[in-house]
Design a protein around this ligand. Structure first.
Ligand SMILES: Nc1ncnc2c1ncn2[C@@H]1O[C@H](COP(=O)(O)OP(=O)(O)OP(=O)(O)O)[C@@H](O)[C@H]1O
Ligand SMILES: [Mg+2]
Length: 231
């Protein structure tokens, strides 16, 4: 029985009169892949951001079980401590990769390590390794605009992995891709996270994407309304 890497309880978050989260409990085990599904506006992104320490909930707690530092109460951390936790322990993949267009593929990946203090040459060496692992050998020096949508998402996945993140959060990572490329990118995302003993939490509208995960959490109106085993 593996342990929980993230445990959220009683999460509520409002924006004005909108109750984006209205009491969510969700625990995620180490090495598990969880898909969060639900209609537009049901609170998926808000939940992901609370779990990842990007947004602080109005009520409720998020605990992260870190390898080194034991159990961390994410909701009690300062802005600065949360930002450090995100840099060191978490990886992120978004719909549009949020890559820096002026930088090459390898520079985009290396940047994540350089922000953690690694010298450029070493960071780029690691970056090249991850790009190769994601099937992008030979494309290291291309700028993002010179890559296809699926290739750019693989760069984003490499960037999310390169720091050794124990949990990767993805919000509609295949939302801008066709179904074949989407299956491809999702395969790469699962292999490079769960396949390496890491944990994946992914928001998606796509049943095929969710079907690749070990568990599906359904949301409606800021609440978890159901859980299913996918595979
Ligand atoms: N920063 C914000 N300011 C105001 N309202 C917000 C903000 N962020 C989210 N909301 C509102 O909270 C609710 C939940 O938003 P959220 O982004 O979590 O939905 P979602 O399930 O991710 O939707 P989508 O599938 O469209 O991405 C929505 O009604 C949204 O308008
Ligand atoms: Mg969203």
């Amino acid at each position: 029985m593996s342990s929980f890497v993230i445990e959220a309880s009683g999460l509520s978050k409002s924006f004005g009169s909108t109750h984006a989260l209205a009491g969510v409990d969700l625990s995620v085990r180490t090495g598990e892949s969880v898909a969060i599904m639900g209609a537009s506006g049901s609170g998926k992104t808000t939940l992901l951001h609370c779990l990842a320490g990007i947004t602080r909930p109005d009520a409720g707690t998020v605990a992260f079980q870190s390898g080194g530092a034991g159990r961390v109460d994410v909701t009690a951390l300062s802005e600065r401590e949360r930002s450090r936790l995100r840099r060191e322990a978490f990886g992120f993949v978004f719909q549009q990769g949020l890559l820096i267009p002026e930088l090459t593929a390898v520079e985009n990946v290396a940047l994540a390590l350089m922000l953690n203090g690694m010298p450029r040459a070493r960071a780029e060496e690691y970056g090249r390794g991850w790009l190769a692992a994601l099937g992008l050998a030979g494309m290291e020096e291309r700028r993002i605009g010179q890559l296809s949508g699926g290739q750019a998402q693989r760069v984003a996945i490499a960037r999310a992995q390169v720091t050794g993140a124990s949990v990767v959060f993805a919000d509609e990572p295949t939302g801008a891709l066709d179904s074949v490329t989407s299956a491809d990118v999702m395969g790469a995302l699962i292999d490079s996270t769960v396949g390496q003993g890491r944990t994946l939490v992914v928001v998606t509208h796509d049943a095929a994407v969710a079907g690749r995960c070990s568990r599906i959490v359904d949301m409606r109106d800021g609440r978890v309304v159901g859980e299913r085993v996918a595979a």
